[in-house]
Design a protein around this ligand. Structure first.
Ligand SMILES: [Zn+2]
Length: 193
C-alpha cells in the first residue's frame, strides 16, 4: 500500500492558505487537474467540495475545531473505481484562527472487479455519500456499500451524506464540544469508529 498523506491549512473563511504532502500526486491519481496545488491556493476549500451536505458538514467540523481549539479525528472513504481507500482526517487548531487538516491513507484494497467509473453530475438521480461512498439508487431509500456494488455502480452521481455518516459526524462534533466544555486539557483525540 502506497503511503499517502495530504495537508491543508485553512482560515475561518475556509480559504486554502497552504497545501502539502502528496497533494498533487493525489489530485493527479484522481484525474483532478483543476485541484493541483498552484490552482487551489487562496481559493475556498468549499469551492472544491461537491454537494451541499458535504460542504455543510465540512464547515461544521472546521468551525468546531476553531471555536473549541480542540483537535478532532474522523474516518472516511475516498475510493477510486479500482481501489477502496480508507482515510483518517485529523483537524488541529493552529494559532491565528487557522486549522490544519491532515488526510492520512490508512488502508486500501482493490475492488475486484473494478467499479464502473463515476462522475459528479449535480442533476444525477443516483446519490453517493461523500464520507462512506455508499450509493443510494434513484427510487430507493437504502444505501449500498461499494464493497458489494461492483459493476452496478452508477456512472453519474450527486454527492450527499448518508444518515449513518450524519450521525457519525454529529457524534464526533458533540464529543469534541463536550471535551472543550469540560475543560479537559489533554488533547486526547476522540476515538475512531
Ligand atoms: Zn455515508
Amino acid at each position: 500500500m502506497k503511503f499517502l498523506q495530504v495537508y491543508a491549512v485553512v482560515d475561518t473563511s475556509y480559504r486554502l492558505l497552504w497545501v502539502g504532502g502528496e497533494w498533487d500526486e493525489f489530485a493527479l491519481q484522481n484525474a483532478a487537474q483543476s485541484a493541483l496545488a498552484n490552482t487551489v491556493l487562496s481559493t475556498s476549500l468549499m469551492a472544491h467540495i461537491a454537494g451541499d451536505d458535504t460542504r455543510l458538514l465540512t464547515s461544521r467540523l472546521i468551525d468546531t475545531v476553531l471555536t473549541t481549539k480542540k483537535p478532532l479525528r474522523l474516518e472516511y472513504r475516498c475510493d477510486s473505481p479500482s481501489m477502496a481507500r480508507k482515510f483518517l482526517l485529523t483537524i488541529q487548531p493552529m494559532k491565528d484562527d487557522r486549522a490544519l487538516m491532515v488526510h492520512d491513507l490508512r488502508d486500501a484494497w482493490h475492488f475486484s472487479p473494478p467499479l464502473t467509473p463515476w462522475h459528479y453530475d449535480p442533476h444525477a438521480r443516483d446519490c453517493k455519500c461523500s464520507y462512506c461512498g455508499h450509493v443510494m439508487f434513484d427510487g430507493s431509500s437504502d444505501w449500498v456499500s461499494c464493497d458489494e456494488i461492483e459493476e452496478r455502480h452508477p456512472a453519474f452521481v450527486t454527492y450527499a451524506v448518508c444518515p449513518t455518516c450524519f450521525d457519525y459526524v454529529d457524534g464526533v462534533v458533540n464529543e469534541v464540544e463536550a471535551r472543550a466544555a469540560a475543560g479537559t486539557d489533554t488533547d486526547s483525540e476522540n476515538p475512531v469508529r
